[in-house]
Design a protein. Sequence first.
Length: 266
Amino acid sequence: MAYTYTDAKNLFDGGGDQPLSAWQGTATVNGSNNLGLAYNGNTLPHRVIASLSYRQEYLGHLGTTVSFFYEGATQGRYSYQYSADFNRDGANADLIYIPKSASEITFVPVTTGTGASTVTQFTAQQQSDAFFAFVDQDPYLSKHKGEYAERNGAQFPWRNQVDVKILQDIFTNIGGKRNSLQVSLDIFNFGNLLNNNWGRIKQTTFNNFLEPQNVANLTNAATGPTPTFRFGRDNVTGQLLTTTFRDAVSLSSTYYMQLGLRYSFN
């Protein structure tokens, strides 16, 4: 059994394959020329691993081995960013300010169509109510109201995974040497086989969290217009966001098995 704790900070998070993309792609509050130390996005703050194995030989020619492998860890870090170049530095990598109350943020209706065909999908009040309900249910946002979000400050939920390996050996002596036929069965994410809600990987429910609507006009903080926003919609249902995470649809979120056969001789 082992436990590891990792805490690392950097200026650039390695988010590009060229200097320009790495520079522009680093989430920031004050612009790409004023970066500060922030959490490394590739670290797992807490991780626990353990293994247990038992083997029993019987009837003179048979042997069974059962092994369990466990890993529990947070699933990584992520940032809350505006979906536009809010600070006008030429890069769409701006960390959000987390309002303390409705007086600190102004929403505008989400509409479809134009002119006489305009239809309001979500009013400003509906978005405001949904936004603060979302903030209150989110572990990171609810603790940092009145602050700017940190780069990679938020963490994905803890995930547990148990893998099982079963080996069945049939052995005998041939010419004075031991020969064996081994059948193996690996069950990855065994917990998910027992319960469909166990061992699942989580992903965020949104692509665009807060959408600034008038950034081109925000040229002067003292005399310019009030920034306006639209609250993000769920990237599957299209409805206003209500929860931070959903189950990821991937092979790693479900159980799967592997069958093997091996013959050993000396």
